[in-house]
Write a protein that binds this ligand. Structure first.
Ligand code: AMP
Ligand code: GLY
Length: 417
């Protein structure tokens, strides 16, 4: 079969790496793809948000399956538009993708269905938001309602910082995404990302993963798109998994169906494992990045039948197998990231990676036959091992093979949390 992947980061490279191992797959296109993806797929120069362009490409080339990986095209209704022209697509419909695209929708859903999460209030004007923050006190969390490239959240340690974040959102710092603001109780605990395959009614959880958002070792510095990940999470014990499944996963899948928004695709539960039990920090309507880089190498089963079962509503009839052991992914970032950074710098040493270490490309491009940097997060150096320390040792061995000007990475992936 022929597959059309939408997206062009490390997540999409890891998914394509896995899909290309399937005997069912003949050809993969990817829009827009990147320098590394180009080795496994034909890259199509269309942005992931160019809905008319992507639909037109699908109409002409008739892929057997379109995999919509990023949040924006899901929120824009790409899956609905593809289905309208008779093309199968993996990912939630627009009315279900709202679980990520609107934080106030997600919070109201959790309140209505008694799903554990931080207490909150929603505001449409800066004055009432300020009054609420002053009344609640700090620490407190301020979130732009809509999709804001992962930048719409401020964990404020003081009232002043919270008011500034709320004013900035209302002032247009996140465009339309910040016209509504959610203010939340501050929670503490270890975070875990639990991704589930969902077919509208049934679900299968993947091993819990953990990402590392702050840019520097020891969780210092500003938040990034993710500096590394590992799976399975140590903190997500069998007992916590059982509570999460009973109080969070099953009720969320049922709630979406009951609301007439059955969720099909991957539903990502961002959890805070608090002293009072697991609580939802956020939902994503898709695979996470960089979690996916450390999950795909652990997946033993063919990914294609799982995707098809999600679309067909038959997840209860298949089983999903995982390798024992652990997987770790260390992100190599451009100098200056998450602030501004240079692009087009040559990447050295990719050919020297040990055979059991994968380099998932996040922001790379080919220029005159050489691989160069093309984004803030450049590569995810990933390895599996019998244990997490084993996987980490392999991944860091790979990291030492690769270099580019200004390259930086965290040295404590998998060591904290
Ligand atoms: P989000 O984009 O919603 O995942 O938020 C980004 C990060 O902010 C999360 O991974 C948490 O580390 C932190 N965060 C979000 N909400 C809360 C909260 N209510 N309490 C404490 N930390 C939070
Ligand atoms: N790793 C968090 C996300 O994909 O949003």
């Amino acid at each position: 079969m022929n597959i059309f992947m939408i997206g062009g980061g490390g997540r999409e490279h890891a998914l394509i790496w896995k899909l290309s191992q399937s005997r069912k797959v003949d050809k993969i296109w990817c829009a827009p793809g990147n320098g590394g993806i180009a080795a496994l797929a034909e890259c199509v120069p269309l942005k992931a948000t160019d809905i008319p362009g992507l639909v037109e490409f699908a109409r002409k080339n008739r892929p057997d399956l379109v995999f919509v990986a990023p949040d924006d095209p899901l929120a824009l209704g790409l899956v609905d538009e593809l289905e309208a022209i008779g093309i199968r697509a993996f990912g939630p419909h627009k009315n279900a993708a709202v679980i990520e695209a609107s934080k106030s929708f997600a919070k109201d859903l959790m309140r209505k269905y008694h799903i554990p999460t931080a207490a909150y209030a929603v505001f449409d004007d800066p004055a009432s938001a300020r009054a609420y923050i002053e009344q609640q006190g700090a620490p407190i969390v301020v979130k732009a309602d809509g999709l804001a490239l992962g930048k719409g959240v401020t964990v404020a340690m003081t009232v002043e910082e919270a008011v500034a974040a709320s004013d900035a959102a209302f002032g247009g710092a996140f465009g339309k995404a910040g016209a509504r603001v959610v203010i939340e109780e501050y929670m503490t605990g270890v975070e875990a990302s639990v991704l589930c395959f969902v077919d509208g009614e049934h679900w299968i959880a993947m091993p819990a993963a953990q990402d590392h958002k702050p840019v520097f070792d020891g969780n210092r510095g500003p938040n990034t798109g993710g500096m590394g990940s590992f799976a399975p999470s140590r903190a997500y014990t069998k007992e916590i998994a059982e509570i999460t499944e009973r109080t969070i996963i099953e009720p969320t899948v049922r709630a979406m169906a009951a609301e007439g928004r059955p969720f099909k695709g991957v539903l990502y539960f961002g959890l805070m494992l608090t002293a009072a039990g697991p609580r939802v920090v956020e939902y994503n309507a898709r695979f996470g990045d960089p979690e996916t880089q450390s999950l795909m190498p652990l997946l033993k089963s063919d990914l294609v039948p799982i995707l098809e079962a999600c679309i067909d509503g038959t997840l209860d009839r298949i089983s999903v197998e995982w390798y024992d052991g652990a997987c770790a992914c260390v992100v190599l970032a451009s100098g200056g990231y998450p602030g501004s950074y240079q692009k087009g710098l040559p990447i050295h040493g990719l050919g020297k990676l040990p055979r059991d270490v994968a380099a998932f490309h996040a922001g790379t491009a080919r220029a005159d036959g050489a691989m160069v940097t093309a984004g803030g997060r450049v590569l995810g150096i990933t390895a599996r091992g019998e244990t997490l320390p084993d996987a980490l040792a392999h991944a860091y061995e790979g990291v030492r093979c690769v270099s580019f000007d200004g390259m930086h990475y965290r040295t404590d992936i998998g060591k904290i949390g």
